[in-house]
Design a protein around this ligand. Structure first.
Ligand SMILES: *[C@@H]1O[C@H](CO)[C@@H](O)[C@H](O)[C@H]1NC(C)=O
Ligand SMILES: *[C@@H]1O[C@H](CO)[C@@H](O)[C@H](O)[C@H]1NC(C)=O
Ligand SMILES: *[C@@H]1O[C@H](CO)[C@@H](O)[C@H](O)[C@H]1NC(C)=O
Ligand SMILES: *[C@@H]1O[C@H](CO)[C@@H](O)[C@H](O)[C@H]1NC(C)=O
Ligand SMILES: *[C@@H]1O[C@H](CO)[C@@H](O)[C@H](O)[C@H]1NC(C)=O
Ligand SMILES: *[C@@H]1O[C@H](CO)[C@@H](O)[C@H](O)[C@H]1NC(C)=O
Ligand SMILES: *[C@@H]1O[C@H](CO)[C@@H](O)[C@H](O)[C@H]1NC(C)=O
Ligand SMILES: *[C@@H]1O[C@H](CO)[C@@H](O)[C@H](O)[C@H]1NC(C)=O
Ligand SMILES: *[C@@H]1O[C@H](CO)[C@@H](O)[C@H](O)[C@H]1NC(C)=O
Length: 895
């Protein structure tokens, strides 16, 4: 009985205690409490126990609670932190009553949507974690009451898209995490309203499309993570708003292209991670504007090409990762590609394709401490290659292919003096006696010839003609000889499928030599560029110098001049145009020379733009063959056109009536011009005159000479000139006078010599005509001696200031006179003492007579034994100049 009472008592006490606890908000018996913190984690709870009112932090994680727990919290007005991680919530619980709530963790539940009405106006929640749910959809406006939100975590959900304007009221949000969702597209202005956001994480989504302006309004954004998406290119369009971005990570995307100017708006960027993408080259403008960059990670791309200016503006860069790329020639062949990275401390080039190191590859890296070259099969390192890296301590080098010849021995000392040896595990592969020996233990002796390829003939720069084939030759040798492979590069990139012919020849010295000939069949403009051959054997790689091929095309006429015939005074147009690459230069020649009468007279005009060549007011002197030449470095082509100028026949001097004494001689002049040159015909009293013993024609029939005049010679003489444009006639009368005694010494005279000198001016040329006529009827056998006095000549007044030159000795030279344009200063002179007609005068219409016409006429008149050569001698030193004749016949000098 007493025991029963005792039990009852204890039960009552317990009940009282329980009710006391409840009434006094005691810590729930299943939970642990510490001050205002109530920990009910991992209690297998399916409903919420009675929670004391004073609770500020309530942790209900790892239970079996569903979303119908709202009532349990209604009284908890002091609640600040509520944790419901890993429960069975299918929706966000109704938290409209918890006006002091600041932090809510709902991660690892099965929430599928976020809709409106879960949060009251001006909801005080600052941190909301809904990671690891199955949220697929967030309704428009769902977050509108979360105006105090500072951190929102939505990682590991199923979100495919976000409604526009979702964040319009999250002006206080600083961190937004959306990692591991299924986002595809980031619309423009999607994040509008997040002006305080500093961190946005969207790693592991499927983003392949970031629209222009996607991040617009992110005035405070420092960190943007977009790793592990499907972004293919970077463009300026989506960079708007990222002015304050410090860190951007884009690793593990598909970025193959970075548009020029992409970084123009985020010049504050300090850390850029582009590792594990598909970049193949870094050009001078790839990272333009990133002047504040400290860390750049480009590992795990496909980079093989780095231009000289690629890093030239990144003076602040401290860490550069280029591991796991395909870099080779940047380090093997370039001079100072990294030279502007003066603040670089860590530089990784591990696992690339570097086989050798150029002496200037690392030039300028004055502050570099760590250089990772591990994972490259380096065979040779040129001397001084590390010279400018005075602070370098950690050199990672583990090649087992080193060619430990004399050229590498310098590094033994360098390693001993400068490097931390534990990073250097490289060993020699050659010569055989040191095979496998660590470079750090190498002795500085027994080194000999280099088996590395040595280029003995570099490809040569040249012009290639489009459509033809071009060859580039590259020869290399090594000692001892080792099979070589040739690689041809164009514009710093490897050529795909080049047409190459290779062979090995033995030189006269007995040294094998490998030659590769690159053939570019059917050259086109795309083939222009810089070519280089790269020769590799087991011991290393050698680069040839670069040969430039410029593509030229042979000039081709698109307009050619045609033969033209015009009348004097008309305008001549010659057309000539050609194409080619480079565009050919057009030049003109007349009769193979550069003397254009029309140019001298300013009648000629060349219009290069219209490819026209003009001659206005054509003259007969313009006649000739005009050649248009089109010339460029590929060659020259020429087109000819004949210009013919027609001129009506005309008389250039009036025929004068003449008188002659019987036995005397008379000369008729019929000076004509015209083009083609008129044909002359002489008539007497209407009948054609034929040449007789006494009738001679000379100077292309322009002179009719009658000697031993007889009375029947009197009459009307006509000169008829004819060319294609017509016929003209001129008439003159000849009167024959009775004979006059001639005062000559009959005894000494064996005959009469008539010398007629006529200088006819026809156009601009002057024809000298010298006629020697020997009239002795009964010719003696002996050669006559000329009576000196009969040869006395009067002076010839010369009109021109240009001193006439000596007449050339070659009397058969054609006459030609230079026109000095003094056409009106005609002077006349005549020979005295010789029976001549008054018309036998020398007439200078202009200046210089260089030669005179031949004297076949004289020859035909003289006996075969007397075939003189006549020279007209001009003494130009005399003033006025004097003229003399000399005649040679056999050994006899006649004057
Ligand atoms: C939560 O409550 C609603 C209505 O009161 C009910 O329909 C639903 O089945 C409940 N959910 C769970 C998991 O008990
Ligand atoms: C949340 O609770 C409040 C008050 O208890 C109620 O007025 C409101 O309708 C509830 N909201 C939802 C979505 O159930
Ligand atoms: C919650 O999601 C997990 C994982 O998808 C699933 O295994 C579990 O059955 C879901 N629970 C409920 C109550 O839907
Ligand atoms: C915001 O709160 C107000 C008042 O509590 C409520 O009427 C409204 O539905 C809420 N809006 C959202 C989107 O939750
Ligand atoms: C050199 O180092 C690279 C990376 O550090 C490693 O992958 C490679 O196996 C090493 N090579 C040798 C020969 O030790
Ligand atoms: C480097 O050399 C080793 C051994 O000679 C070879 O197996 C490996 O394929 C080479 N690596 C490259 C990138 O050439
Ligand atoms: C060099 O190459 C030729 C042709 O490919 C081959 O026949 C020869 O055996 C090679 N020599 C060496 C030393 O590899
Ligand atoms: C090898 O190539 C060079 C250059 O084309 C050529 O002159 C030579 O005749 C070739 N030798 C043989 C054996 O084919
Ligand atoms: C132009 O004239 C020249 C010489 O007179 C002649 O050889 C040529 O065939 C002519 N050309 C044409 C197109 O008639």
């Amino acid at each position: 009985m007493g025991e029963m009472h005792l039990l009852l008592f204890v039960t009552i006490i317990l009940l009282i205690r329980l009710s006391y606890q409840t009434e006094n908000d005691e810590c729930p018996h299943k939970c642990d409490c510490l001050e205002k913190y109530v920990d009910c984690t991992r209690k297998n709870l399916q409903s919420v126990p009675k929670i004391p009112m004073w609770v500020e932090t309530l942790d209900l994680s790892y239970n079996k609670l569903n979303e119908n727990i709202t009532q349990s919290f209604e009284r908890l007005t002091n609640l600040k932190v509520l944790k419901l991680e890993k429960n069975r919530l299918l929706a966000i619980p109704n938290l409209t009553q918890q006006s002091h709530l600041q932090e809510v963790t709902l991660s690892r539940n099965n929430i599928t949507t976020i809709d409106a009405d879960h949060f009251s106006a001006n909801c005080s929640i600052k941190v909301l974690n809904i990671n690891s749910n199955q949220i697929q959809r967030i309704n428009e406006g769902a977050l509108n009451n979360l105006t105090n939100l500072s951190i929102l975590k939505l990682n590991k959900n199923e979100i495919r898209s976000l409604p526009n304007h979702l964040f319009m009221f999250q002006a206080a949000l600083r961190t937004l995490e959306l990692n591991h969702n299924k986002l595809h597209v980031i619309n423009g202005l999607l994040f509008q309203g997040l002006q305080s956001l500093t961190t946005l994480k969207m790693r592991f989504n499927s983003i392949d499309n970031i629209m222009d302006g996607a991040f617009f309004g992110f005035k405070s954004m420092n960190l943007l993570q977009l790793d592990h998406n499907r972004i293919r290119s970077i463009s300026k369009g989506w960079m708007y708003g990222l002015e304050s971005l410090i860190t951007l990570s884009l690793s593990n995307n598909l970025v193959a292209q970075i548009d020029v100017g992409s970084w123009e708006l985020c010049t504050n960027l300090e850390v850029l991670d582009l590792s594990h993408n598909y970049l193949t080259e870094i050009e001078g403008r790839t990272f333009q504007h990133l002047i504040n960059l400290r860390t750049l990670n480009l590992s795990g791309n496909n980079i093989s090409s780095i231009s000289q200016e690629a890093f030239s503006h990144m003076v602040r860069l401290q860490t550069l990762h280029l591991n796991n790329n395909k870099i080779s020639w940047t380090v093997e062949d370039m001079s100072g590609p990294f030279s502007k990275l003066q603040n670089l401390v860590h530089f990784s080039l591990a696992a690339n394709h570097i086989k050798s190191i150029h002496a200037r590859a690392f030039e300028g890296l004055n502050n570099l401490v760590e250089l990772n070259l591990a994972g490259n099969n380096i065979t040779s390192i040129q001397q001084h290659a590390f010279a400018s890296m005075t602070k370098l301590k950690k050199l990672h080098l583990n090649s087992t292919s080193l060619l430990c010849d004399c050229n590498l021995l310098w590094i033994v000392k360098w390693i001993r003096d400068k490097a931390e040896q534990r990073y250097i595990t490289a060993t020699c592969a050659y010569p055989s006696e040191v095979h496998g020996v660590s470079i750090t233990k190498l002795k500085e002796e027994n080194c000999g010839d280099s088996p590395k390829p040595k280029i003995v003939e570099n490809p040569k720069t040249h012009l290639a003609i489009k459509g033809r084939s071009a060859n580039l030759l590259c020869s290399a040798t090594s000692n001892p000889f080792n099979n070589m492979t040739f690689l041809w590069r164009k514009n710093n990139g490897n050529m795909s499928n080049p047409v190459v012919y290779e062979n090995i020849t033995i030189t006269t010295m007995g040294q094998p030599r490998a030659t590769s000939v690159l053939t570019i069949p059917n050259v086109s403009h795309a083939d222009s560029g810089k070519y280089q051959c790269v020769v590799t054997n087991n011991f290393g790689t050698t680069y040839s110098s670069k040969a430039k091929i410029n593509i030229v095309t042979f000039p081709r006429f698109i307009k050619t001049p045609t033969n033209v015939t015009v009348k004097t005074g008309e305008t001549v147009t010659l057309n000539c145009a050609a194409t080619g690459d480079p565009p050919p230069e057009i030049s003109w020649k007349k009769d193979g020379g550069n003397d254009f009468p029309a140019a001298r007279e300013r009648r000629m005009n060349v219009m290069p733009t219209d490819h026209l060549f003009f001659i206005v007011n054509a003259k007969t002197t313009d006649m000739g063959i005009y050649s248009c030449a089109a010339k460029n470095p590929a060659g020259t082509i020429i087109a000819n056109a004949t210009l013919t100028v027609l001129e009506e026949p005309s008389f250039i001097r009036v025929m004068e009536n003449k008188e002659v004494t019987i036995g005397g001689s008379v000369v008729f002049q019929c000076m004509s011009s015209g083009s083609p040159k008129p044909v002359l015909k002489w008539l007497k009293d209407g009948a054609t005159i034929i040449a007789t013993e006494r009738h001679y024609f000379t100077a292309d029939d322009q002179l009719l000479i009658i000697v031993g005049a007889e009375s029947k010679d009197a009459g009307t003489y006509e000169c008829e000139i004819t060319n294609e444009l017509g016929t003209k006639k001129a008439m003159t009368e000849l009167s024959v006078l009775p004979p006059v005694a001639i005062l000559v010494n009959e005894k000494d005279m064996t005959g009469i010599i008539i010398i007629t000198v006529v200088c006819c001016a026809v156009g601009t040329s002057i024809i000298w005509v010298v006629i020697i006529y020997h009239t002795r009827r009964r010719m003696a056998n002996a050669v006559p001696t000329f009576p000196a006095e009969t040869m006395k000549m009067t002076q010839i007044v010369h009109s021109d200031s240009d001193s006439p030159q000596m007449f050339p000795d070659n009397i058969s030279e054609r006459s030609s006179c230079k026109d000095s344009g003094t056409g009106d200063s005609a002077k006349q002179t005549s020979f005295d003492g010789v029976p001549t007609d008054r018309s036998d005068q020398v007439h200078f219409e202009s200046a210089v007579c260089r030669s005179y016409s031949p004297v076949q006429e004289a020859h035909t008149l003289l006996p075969s034994s007397f075939k003189p050569t006549i020279q007209v001698c001009v003494n130009t030193s005399a003033s006025p100049p004097t003229y003399s004749f000399s005649s040679h016949s056999g050994n006899n000098k006649l004057c």
